[in-house]
Design a protein around this ligand. Structure first.
Ligand code: FAD
Length: 545
């Protein structure tokens, strides 16, 4: 068995874990991060894409609002490549309480969130598709953010400071002796090997899985997995983040992301962070609510639906997940559970990941009796090799100027062969890993034309047993299919039928030889949850007419 020794072992390769790894390495600690799948495979790769101004929380959750605005300012400075400064509008529609506007403005001032009321006509000029019946509009510094780019930039920076980042490494046990968590047993899922890591401090940054990791040390941490569904429309119908000006509810935010826009989200508790489905009623609800912000939205082409699971931390049991604060919690298991060498950082938002890492490392420094100040807010993150946050114009310009002979693998997202080769050579294990790196298969055809090309390239590049490549192709199609099932009507139904004919009719994909193999992805994220009972579902909204 391979054995490693380090100062800090971080469990979880989402925004929080990679943020912690970067901070730890920058403060001079020997650092190892382990992630059981690919970086961003958890909630970080399944979120809404919003750099919060804090406006959403000013009334109900002011602590979270203050954290968001503080970090909003820092992230814009240290990772401009991962953020698009779209700005945000909070608008009162005919379905919202007009009196909330004054309460909202006062709460923004109390939390230090910049908020400027603008005439309705000016808001409509800015966003011509916005519902013309809105009554008030407030401008706030919301933005759109790319968590894939940001997480990779954090990981790259951590590596540059000497950290080791190991993906497809799953923690299976924590090693305990006399009230000390001194190490972890880890399974390398690709090599099928066991590793033992000894560490001075272990950081549990496993998001919605944090309760499970804590249990390995005999500690009870109540992390409630709260599912949220989002729906991507085929076009960028708006250029500003549009929020309903009211207490947070389902389907009240529309975020423009690159070439598309995303309406979200729902919020309900699921029994398991890996077992949840996307129900047609959830999609219908989101489209109905989106229609109130942008009339006509529900009739536009829907590209895909997906869901992520919030890591909501609460000491108490709760029936309504919207009542749980979006602030983060740092749990020192030495003072809390008499278990030394182990801390949990959970809850929070993507927007607050850096601050979560900072408070974690401050606590670790105190524990280890060293004084090493945080510098993550001072030093910019490296620009990812894949370049800045872009809309399609950027790769198009790139292809036309530098790569005019390069072959396009994915026409929808303009992904060239050399970018996929780079992702494969950099260690992407599955085609879904490649997707997260370069956006392969994320456009209107949802992998219809690029999956077989990318599988061919994977085979050419890696030369594995062909059954492994067959499996990679089938896994990718299955993963794409999950996001299509709940939105099969209109143009996307035609597309899905065409994709089916390509893979099942022409390629006979359901008979591809896989030799009974299982990939590291196949038993992850089942679609089993049927959602809350009818009586608990959010009402679709009152028609003011
Ligand atoms: C629907 C939805 C929309 C959201 N929208 C926004 C938004 O717009 N803006 C915003 O700021 N925030 C948003 N959030 C919140 C934000 O996405 C999360 O707070 C954040 O991504 C959590 O990151 P994390 O690193 O803590 O968890 P994760 O990203 O889930 O990372 C935890 C990682 O731990 C790994 N892991 C688990 N068990 C093990 C093990 N045994 N060994 C090794 N690794 C393990 C998992 O595979 C996972 O990758 C949203 C959340 C949801 C659910």
């Amino acid at each position: 068995m391979q054995r490693l020794e380090t100062d800090v072992l971080v469990i979880g390769g989402g925004s929080t874990g990679t943020g912690v790894a970067r901070d730890a390495a920058m403060r001079g600690f020997r650092t190892v991060l382990v992630e059981k799948r690919d970086l961003t495979h958890g909630t970080t790769g399944r979120y809404h894409g919003l750099l919060h101004s804090g406006g959403r929380y000013v009334v109900k959750d002011p602590e979270s609002a203050k954290e968001c605005i503080a970090e909003n300012r820092i992230l814009r400075r240290i990772m401009p490549h991962s953020i698009e400064d779209t700005g945000g509008l909070f608008v009162i529609t005919p379905w919202d309480d007009p009196a909330y506007g004054d309460q909202f403005r006062a709460a923004c001032a109390a939390c230090g969130v910049p908020c400027e009321e603008m005439p309705v006509a000016a808001a409509l000029h800015l966003e011509p598709r916005l519902n013309p019946k809105i009554q008030r509009a407030f401008a706030l510094p919301d933005g759109a953010a790319d968590s894939f780019l940001a997480t990779h930039a954090n990981a790259e920076s951590a590596r540059a400071y000497g950290a080791e980042i190991r993906i497809y490494h799953e923690v299976t046990a924590l090693l305990l002796r006399d009230g000390v968590v001194w190490g972890a047993r880890i399974r390398d899922l690709v090599r099928d090997e066991e590793i033992e890591v000894e560490a001075a401090v272990i950081v549990n940054a496993a998001g919605a899985w944090a309760g499970r990791i804590a249990r390995l040390a005999g500690c009870e941490v109540n992390v409630i997995p709260a599912k949220g569904v989002m729906v991507a429309m085929n076009h960028r119908l708006v250029n500003t983040v549009l929020n309903r000006c009211k207490l947070p509810a389902d389907g009240d935010i529309l975020v423009p992301i690159r070439t598309v826009c995303v309406i979200g989200t729902t919020d309900h508790k699921v029994p398991d962070p890996e077992r949840y489905g996307i129900e047609p009623w959830e999609v219908t609800l989101l489209l109905e609510e989106g229609e109130k912000l942008v009339p006509g939205l529900a009739g536009a082409r829907v590209l895909r639906a997906w869901a992520g699971v919030r890591p909501l931390y609460s000491e108490q049991a709760t029936s309504d997940t919207r009542d749980v604060s979006r602030t983060y919690a740092l749990l020192d298991h030495e003072s809390r559970d008499a278990m030394r060498g182990f801390v949990t950082i959970t809850g929070g938002k993507w927007t607050t990941y850096r601050q979560m890492a900072e408070v974690t490392l401050d606590a670790i420094c105190r524990k280890l009796g060293v004084e090493r100040p945080c510098r993550t807010h001072l030093e910019a993150l490296p620009e990812p090799q894949e370049g800045k946050y872009y809309t399609l114009g950027a790769p198009l310009a790139d292809i036309e100027s530098a790569h005019h002979t390069a072959e396009l693998l994915c026409e929808c997202e303009l992904v060239t062969q050399d970018r996929v080769e780079r992702a494969v050579d950099a260690g992407a294990v599955t085609l879904d890993d490649v997707r997260r790196d370069v956006r392969l298969g994320m456009g209107p055809c949802q992998g219809g034309f690029c999956t077989y090309r990318a599988a061919g390239l994977l085979q050419e590049r890696r030369k594995p047993d062909v059954r492994e490549t067959n499996l990679a192709l089938l896994d990718f199609l299955q993963e794409r299919w999950k996001g299509l099932q709940a939105i099969l009507w209109g143009a996307q139904l035609h597309q899905a039928r065409l994709d089916e004919l390509i893979y099942l009719g022409i390629m006979n994909a359901d008979h591809l030889e896989t030799g009974g193999r299982k990939s590291p992805l196949t038993d992850f994220y089942f679609q089993e949850d049927s959602g809350p009972p009818e009586s608990q579902r959010a009402p679709a909204g009152r028609d003011p007419a």
